[in-house]
Design a protein around this ligand. Structure first.
Ligand code: PEP
Ligand code: MN
Length: 360
């Protein structure tokens, strides 16, 4: 594993005994709302208070953030609670204002990371800053685009960098708002083991009920922290109402999460094992997902065969599939015996499905 951390980063300098926690509402709505949430998060594990001031909305006409006015509220948060603050910046004007109002950490949203022009504009505006800058993954699962964005910041002399994994858009409806594609995050970590990587289970799930499980998976995969949208009245939030949790719930999530410790050799072995098992769990989930998809297609074929009154079993086609898969399996170190057994089982399930359809 190339996972061992070599360099000290801004995160190590914080000397936390738990993963970094960023929490606060999706959007700053009113001064009272911002301060009420911040006070409820004070004296918890929360390290940074987040609030979106400029909100990237998919369609116009929705609440697009309070704008620069919210920066004053973030300053008040810092004065009254001592929490450090953070917000999203999406252009040079945002950067200028956020620096002027001394926001401690800036993040770049998924819709900005996709655009090299915007990333360069932001990098130029941030040149030489010692603020922490976190780059969310782009909305499309493109690792190079994510890395390219970070590289632009690094080249502009920004040294306190990190990344946020918030999942990826798909056309297909899934249980996630943005599918995690964990493999991509793991590859990211292997490429840059020293760059702090934060999970954003709120935007991955879009659903507060799923936040805990995704957070646990992220921690098992060695993520360095969590960004969780938090609101005292989630149902009535002005944006992302379904995914926000109450401060109370956040505290409970933090208490229930199993956190790895890396200090002694036994713990190191355990955390490595947990990490590898988490990777296996991710892939097992994908296997089931793919098999489910395969059966759906098989059902459609069953429908066609029924219309044309064709037999379920087509041995030519079956032998073709099997031959190709044995070769493919061999190239991945999988034995012929295993491929045969596995595909026979898949094929049998397929036949069962189709027979059900054909026989009504
Ligand atoms: C957010 O953090 O509120 C946000 C808009 O996130 P993303 O860029 O991941 O959509
Ligand atoms: Mn949000």
């Amino acid at each position: 594993m190339e996972n061992s951390k070599q360099m000290r980063t801004w995160l190590d300098d914080m000397k936390l005994d738990h993963p970094l926690v960023i929490a606060g509402p999706c959007s700053a709505e009113t001064e009272e709302q911002v301060l009420k949430i911040a006070h409820e998060l004070k004296d918890t594990d929360v390290n940074y208070f987040r609030a979106g001031i400029w909100k990237p909305r998919t369609r116009p006409g929705n609440f697009e953030g309070v704008g620069a006015l919210g920066l004053k509220w973030l300053q008040k948060v810092k004065e009254e609670t001592g929490l450090k603050t953070c917000t999203e910046v999406a252009n040079a004007a945002h950067v200028k204002l956020a620096l002027e109002y001394d926001v401690d950490l800036l993040w770049i949203g998924a819709r900005s990371t996709v655009s090299p022009f915007i990333m360069q504009e932001i990098a130029d505006a941030l040149e030489g800053t010692d603020k922490i800058v976190l780059v969310k993954n782009p909305i499309n699962p493109d690792l190079s685009l994510w890395l390219g964005g970070i590289e632009r910041l690094y080249t502009a002399g920004i040294k306190n960098l990190g990344a946020i994994h918030r999942g990826f858009s798909t056309y297909e409806k899934t249980k996630y708002r943005n599918i995690p594609e964990w493999q991509l995050a793991i590859e990211f970590q292997n490429k840059f083991p020293d760059l702090p990587l934060i999970s954003d289970p709120s935007h991955i799930t879009g659903n507060r009920e799923m936040i805990f499980d995704v957070s646990q998976t992220a921690l098992d995969l060695n993520f360095d922290g969590l960004m969780i949208e938090t609101h005292y009245d989630p149902e009535n939030a002005w944006s992302d109402a379904a995914q926000q949790v109450t401060p109370e719930k956040l505290v409970q999530i933090m208490r229930d999460l199993k956190i790895r410790k890396e200090s002694d050799p036994e713990a190191e072995y355990n955390s490595e094992l947990t990490n590898l098992r988490a990777q296996i769990d991710v892939i097992d989930g994908q296997l089931i997902e793919m098999l489910g998809k395969r059966m759906k297609i098989s059902d459609s074929i069953g429908g066609l065969k029924k219309q044309k009154n064709v037999a379920v079993l087509q041995s030519n086609r079956w032998n073709q599939i099997l031959g190709a898969m044995i070769l493919e399996g061999e190239s991945k170190g999988l034995s012929e015996e295993f491929i045969l057994k596995m595909f026979k089982a898949i094929h049998q399930e397929s036949i069962n499905h189709q027979e059900k359809i054909i026989n009504g």
